[in-house]
Ligand binder design. Structure first.
Ligand code: DOR
Ligand code: ZN
Length: 457
């Protein structure tokens, strides 16, 4: 089950996985990548065994479970490089269990949960506890992200090697929520990471330029009396880290790109052959700072919602491959931290249960892209960037059955109170979408069925 696109010897394997679902699952009447004629996919013991217009009678007789996809689109299970599941420390807002359920409902088979927990994920024992909890729950592979610096303090590097070699097999490190802004610390992190081929993911924000900032620096913030977070605070770090990746030879990943200028810098860096990758969130693709007029803190996020020229540039960059992936930055918060003055509210938005619908309405329903694009930006590329075996693989015989079925014509309305997530801070409350994840399958096990997590999953 190793990811053939990479040399397995060069990166740590996945930590011991919970066993695949034993038995046979038949998915009928599905359009693989949304293409061709309705097809059947037979899964045996967690692995795709056969893809055919008709499954033979003998095989059909031995089927334990069958799903009628009703013409739904079959895609590789989604991979989210950036979520916050809040465990340990803020289990009142999300747990690995509730976050895994939200992930399964959103079509995700693997997520990477950030290190800004309490305590911070800066030691193997914490990462291992998160990994094993995720495997025991069994709804989604929950990969812990290690912090780059101890306690997110920005000064002293953590033991990347110990975390990478632990049972959690940590493969990504980030101080997300905070920027590794000391250039010497960042240089050392990149050099240390290079030896193990683990990924450094940067939250690009020069904190000296954003002190007290709560909104994008622009006309709207000025009119509303909110202190501004300028584009340069992001872009100056992006360009610095691109140059470091060039000169010290390690790859670097930019979290939640939010500005037109970041897109230009990524275009330049990729053109130079610099090993840089980037993600964009569904909210930065579609929402702008015009939302702030209500002072509703559900619209507060870091980096902040920007302007339409930024959203347009981000969309085009995702289509062009300048931005590699969609990542949600799923950031649950309790009402005490959101239903308060804008200035005092915590930044962050839910993402797992609306991501696919937003991407479909933005790119597929508008004719800008096809389902192969969705497979690429929500599954294949994030698995490739994180060197994650078994996910983001082609839908083909012999591959692990990590799969998502989408009904492209199922209209629904987002209501945070109905989400599997413990929190309800979605900026898409009341919004109507045209597509929905109907099924998610993790190594042959159904983790979402008809849009819900099965009771016995
Ligand atoms: O909006 C955000 N929320 N941005 C971050 O970088 C951190 C996150 C959180 O942890 O809530
Ligand atoms: Zn984040």
């Amino acid at each position: 089950m190793e990811n053939q696109a990479h040399n397995p010897a060069e990166y740590p394997a996945t930590g011991a996985l919970a066993p695949a679902a034993a038995g046979t699952l038949l998915i009928e009447n599905t359009l693989v990548y949304g293409e061709g004629e309705p097809t059947s996919v037979l899964v045996k013991d967690g692995v795709i065994a056969e893809i055919a217009a008709e499954i033979t009678a003998a095989d059909r007789d031995s089927v334990d479970r069958a799903i009628d996809a009703q013409g739904g689109v079959l895609l590789p299970g989604f991979v989210d490089m950036h979520v916050h599941l809040r465990e340990p420390g803020r289990e009142d807002t999300e747990t690995i269990a509730s976050g895994s359920a939200a992930a399964a409902k959103g079509g995700f088979t693997a997520v990477f949960t950030m290190a800004n927990t309490q305590p911070v994920m800066d030691q193997p024992v914490i990462a291992e506890s998160v990994w094993f909890k995720g495997q025991n729950i069994g709804l989604c592979d929950v990969h812990p992200v290690g912090s780059v610096t101890k306690g997110l303090g920005g000064k002293e590097l953590t033991e990347f090697g110990m975390m990478a070699r632990s049972e959690a097999k940590v493969r990504m490190f980030s101080d997300d929520g905070k920027c590794v802004d000391d250039p010497l610390v960042m240089r050392r992190a990149l050099e240390y990471a290079k030896g193990m081929d683990v990924l450094i993911a940067q939250h690009a924000e020069d904190h000296r330029l954003t002190q007290g900032a709560t909104a994008h620096e622009g006309e709207n913030a000025a009119r509303l009396g909110l202190r501004g977070w300028p584009r340069v605070a992001e872009e100056s770090i992006v360009v610095r880290d691109a140059i470091m990746a060039r000169d010290y030879g390690n790859r670097v990943h930019i979290c939640h790109a939010s500005t037109e200028g970041t897109v230009e810098l990524l275009r330049w860096a990729k053109g130079q052959g610099i090993p840089i990758t980037a993600e964009v969130t569904p909210h930065h693709l579609t929402l702008t700072d015009e939302r702030l007029a209500t002072y509703d803190a559900v619209n507060k996020v870091n980096p902040p919602l920007r302007e339409s020229r930024d959203t347009e540039a981000l969309k085009q960059a995702l289509l062009d491959g300048i931005i590699d992936v969609v990542a949600t930055d799923h950031a649950p918060h309790g009402s005490e931290d959101k239903c308060c003055e804008f200035e005092n509210a915590k930044p962050g938005m839910l993402g797992l249960e609306t991501s696919l619908a937003i991407i479909v309405d933005t790119f597929i329903a508008t004719g800008l892209a096809d389902w192969r694009f969705v497979a690429r930006v929500m599954s294949e590329k994030p698995a490739e960037i994180t060197r994650l075996p078994g996910h983001g693989r082609p839908i083909a015989a012999g591959e692990p059955a990590n799969l998502t079925i989408v009904d492209p014509g199922r209209a629904w309305t987002a209501h945070g109170a109905e989400f599997a997530s413990k929190a309800d801070n979605t900026p898409f409350e009341g919004q109507e979408f045209s597509a929905k994840v109907t099924h998610t399958i993790l190594r042959g096990k159904i983790t979402c069925e008809n849009g819900e997590v099965p009771v016995n999953a």
